[in-house]
Design a protein around this ligand. Sequence first.
Ligand code: Q9C
Ligand code: ZN
Length: 714
Amino acid sequence: MGTALVYHEDMTATRLLWDDPECEIERPERLTAALDRLRQRGLEQRCLRLSAREASKEELGLVHSPEYVSLVRKTQVLGEEELQVLSGQFDAIYFHPSTFHCARLAAGAGLQLVDAVLTGAVQNGLALVRPPGHHSQRAAANGFCVFNNVAIAAAYAKQKHGLHRILIVDWDVHHGQGIQYLFEDDPSVLYFSWHRYEHGRFWPFLRESDADAVGRGQGLGFTVNLPWNQVGMGNADYVAAFLHLLLPLAFEFDPELVLVSAGFDSAIGDPEGQMQATPECFAHLTHLLQVLAGGRVCAMLEGGYHLESLAESVCMTVQTLLGDPAPPLSGLMVPCQSALESIQSARAAQAPYWKSLQLQGQCGQVLGCRIPPQAPCSGYDSELSLDVTPVPTSPSTHSPEGRPPPLLPGGPMCKAAVPAPSSLLDQPCLCPAPSVRTTVALTAPDITLVLPPDVIQQEGSALREETEAWARPHESLAREEALTALGKLLYLLDGMLDGQVNSGIAATPASAAAATLDVAIQRGLSHGAQRLLCVALGQLDRPPDLAHDGRTLWLNIGGKEAAALSMFHVSTPLPVMTGGFLSCILGLVLPLAYGFQPDLVLVALGPGHGLQGPHAALLAAMLRGLAGGRVLALLEEDSTPQLAGILARVLRGEAPPSLGPSSVASPEDVQALMYLRGQLEPQWKMLQVRLIAEAWLCPGARLCRRGRWGGQGK
Ligand code: Q9C
Ligand code: ZN
């Protein structure tokens, strides 16, 4: 459906005319650097270019007072000295004779973007604007912001398009207090902001930036603040904040539109933020938001003062909006202690208002943390002792500990998939983009009818002798249909491993599902995949000959009971309610997957998987964030064409349909999740939603700590 890029050259006009060290970072080159890089990468050319229009007086009046708008209008005719005097009446503000025009274009750009998305002209988009907006208030300019572009867009989407639920995600490193003030009593706008806070010692030094500011009146629980109390927050911290705080609330809120206050001063290199998140992290943040609101995402530029970091991060955002898979994240995926404290205090502050936070993470209080009798903590099966050597703590600003298993010597895979400290100028991904995004290797011809036109229907098969050799150990692969399907699957898998094809779908006869999956795993591991994530739904047993070398993470959803036989062999029942399914994905599957950093993902819908199309689509869409989007979905041959069609669409980058209002998780779902967390948290730090110290208060977790993989905690 396309991505809009809204811009107008005139927005480079406003600039600082006098000496002011605080304001000099907000300069015209911010826009030109971002736009030049988008052109260089061929990204601008792939967007629908829209020229920004000026917002009208009425539109500005949706959030600003008439007096304030006329005050800003008058700056057009002031001389330099008068401009400087007026600027001095606000905090961190400069006016220029072009400010009024630029600020009206900036607000208007957002409105055009919202119109384009809500009329269906495009799926999503980015407005590249100056001045930024999120600090601006009803009658005050603040922090380089004159009119509140994102707030005006939200009010406009409500008024002109009749929307009832709008999510604003403010990933700028500063608190958008302007947006907070404008919507603090409005339950139709959910405002999420993370920001450098340092216990109140960072600009704008507001008490109301802390996690306990949650909105007022009808709007209680619709303001979500995540204060960062240390600098140096990185990819793992940001992803953890999305998985454990923003996304549970966002799914429960079920927005019709997502607006992003897209400031890139939260990226590495920025002098204001002093954070560590690499540009690729913004591809992941964008990707994670695209599963909401049917993919209707409107991003608007806010801050971002390191031109190189800004330009790269903008490219990552636009590339992801265009549907390209996110490049793998670099670095250890271990959130730091301070980030966990912040996330936990925000979860605690929000818990009274959100069902999705009420049952979990409040260990011992709401639900109690009982160990399911069928799955005792102690006494692991001895065959499962792992010969995975602990890897030493890496030097980093906040010394994370624990990491995925050691890497094996390379295959022909993307170098960036190997977790390694990255410098800003590292190429995001050294593998060439596959020429084919999604291929389906299906045997039932009626399925092609529901496929999007650019999804390739694969004709090829692996050589007969080779297919037979792979099939030989498996009785269930002896039949002709199973062999034919296996040949197609092997051919597709090779195409993915060679980088010809990004993702694919293959079908197998139901009776051969487990054996086919086993072959796919072995073939993947022997043909270049270094870490393979296998998400198996339904009755699919872990292949008996799977090596315990940490190269395969096996996750069975639809097992009889919650069980972690090792840190690489996890099984959980299929959640019965949508709420449980969401917490399983956000609270278990994705934290494990992000922690593991696979370079190939297999997702198998096996016998009795019981997953509805939209749920399967959501899972596949979110797993596409891993492994550079290298996801192979295995279906049973008698799956409906609709299921194959919906999976093909999300794997090529379309948004999954929204699930609608979600039910709560059932007590059984919650219990399974909490049990597995207790088991796995010591090894998989992305699972953590509370501090280890607190976990000790939970009797279940304490027992679980005597696990076999070290289990010493922090
Ligand atoms: N060194 C935006 O990013 N100065 N505004 C803070 C601390 C004001 C930031 C001084 C920063 C305003 C849109
Ligand atoms: Zn900022």
